[in-house]
Design a binder for this molecule. Structure first.
Ligand code: URA
Length: 240
């Protein structure tokens, strides 16, 4: 791996910042100062420093979290508790970031990863990765509408209040007042806005699954753990 890429990944800086840092003579490899951004390094074997401080190679980690209500999906927030505050110190890394966003009051499955490619694969709009939600709703008009009518409206693409047409989505009642909604895109507050468009109001929202991975039963609200290789594969399954 090139030194500039190593530094950019481990210090969470841009590639051009890493290049400038190396060119200004602040980095060394195996005790030798270098000004060559393309200098080869062997992750986990080469001893890399920046400004004399070791920059160890930390492999990628991906965590599955059961997000509780009351914390924001952000890395830093001046006033609110964030999902990163729930991550035990051993798994905290500068590069650890949530893949996608759940509202402060939404609960359920959230992935946090240092792996930029995985983050992109889980969140990029063009991937249309399904995300399954359980929404507890109120609103006499919506509750009086039969399942087939609502399912057809969701399948056709709900038009939001601002005129945005959503991609086709899945709808079914799982219990009276509890809707299962499956989206293949991730607009801001999308489930709440779709439910509003069919004259309902979301009282509680929970993400049950991403791709082919359901929220693991061993994850209590507020806890997280490393994803297994099988879970990583399941996350990216689109089911088509
Ligand atoms: N849709 C919403 O409205 N909120 C979320 O947190 C996720 C999807």
């Amino acid at each position: 791996m090139r030194l500039d890429r190593y530094l950019s990944e481990q210090l969470v800086i841009s590639r051009s910042q890493a290049t400038a840092l190396v060119r200004s003579g602040r980095a060394s490899v195996d005790g030798e100062r270098t000004r060559k951004p393309g200098q080869p390094v062997r992750p986990g074997t080469s001893e890399v420093t920046c400004d004399g401080e070791p920059v160890p190679w930390v492999p990628e980690i991906t965590l599955l979290m059961h997000k509780p209500a009351g914390c924001v999906t952000a890395r830093l927030d001046a006033s609110e508790r964030t999902v990163l505050d729930l991550v035990p110190a051993t798994w905290r890394r500068p590069a650890l970031a949530p893949a996608g966003r759940l509202d402060k009051d939404t609960t359920g499955l959230l992935v946090l990863t240092t792996d930029g490619q995985l983050n992109h694969a889980l969140t990029h709009p063009a991937r249309h990765l399904p995300k399954r939600y359980l929404a507890t709703v109120e609103g006499p008009a919506m509750l009086a509408t039969d399942e087939a009518t609502l399912a057809a409206r969701f399948a056709d693409g709900v038009a939001l209040a601002d005129g945005t047409r959503c991609r086709p989505a899945g709808f079914r009642w799982r219990a009276p007042g509890v809707a299962e909604i499956t989206l293949a895109e991730g607009r801001t507050h999308q489930v709440k806005r779709m439910v509003a468009a069919v004259e309902g109001h979301v009282l509680a929202l929970h993400r049950e699954a991403i791709g082919g991975l359901a929220l693991p039963e061993d994850l209590a609200p507020g806890s997280c753990r490393l994803a297994s290789p099988e879970e990583l594969l399941a996350l990216s399954e689109r089911g088509d």
